[in-house]
Design a protein around this ligand. Sequence first.
Ligand code: IPE
Ligand code: IPE
Ligand code: MG
Length: 253
Amino acid sequence: MKINMNSLPQHIAIIMDGNGRWAKQHTMGRIRGHKKGAQAVRTVVRSCREIGIKHLTLFALSTENLGRPQEEVSALMSLLEEYLSKELKELQKQGIRLTTIGEIEHLSATAKEKLLQAKDSTANNDRMILTLALSYGGRDEIIFAVKKIMQDIKGNKLKIKDINKDMFGGYLQTAGMPDPDLLIRTSGEYRISNFLLWQMAYTELYFTDVLWPDFKKEDLMQAIASYQKRERRFGLTSEQLDNNNNSISLNQD
Ligand code: IPE
Ligand code: IPE
Ligand code: MG
């Protein structure tokens, strides 16, 4: 699969879905599916870094996923802890900075501690920003932003007339990050499931039937190739885009 290295998406977001169904297909328990899914994370992080993607955001755990059976939630925490312990060296070597979005207070104490440590020690890396969405919900994120805005208005740090879409983005956990150019969802589900609701206003969506544990570099390349065939119009006409090659973008970067 050939891709054009001159028009790469700057930011790829992935809803890594299908671990449970992969396990079922292989007559294994769901937790084995999550384990295999963690291996796919390693492959995709490495591939994105190799290709030269600047931002990769992975939906690893939704607010709603925390309502799954206790055994599964604990296994997901252990896997996260294991991932962080094993991968930190590799992230450093590859110059990858790790960040998170979501309520990491809801994670296990060990996972939280390892995350803070990993964020801290990779803070100066700039080859790629890997953002893990953990205990993340798009609606929660928006409500949280609204609350912070209200506080700033009350504290006279902000005026109602100054609220606009650009500054609103700055109150979200993704502040300072460009919006995703490409969203990939695996496992044949065609929904957003409360991921990056505000940020995906003009994201190109790509759905594949491949289950997350089976997702390989080749699948990533296919998604990028599909993205590169599209015309992003941002509400304008093709003709306007032709007349204005100075890349029209709604991103906040
Ligand atoms: C995605 O796989 C991983 C998480 C949500 C944590 P699922 O666990 O949702 O897998 P399916 O959808 O049951 O196959
Ligand atoms: C979305 O997948 C969340 C993650 C991949 C972490 P889900 O499996 O939770 O989504 P639904 O329940 O199918 O919408
Ligand atoms: Mg699922």
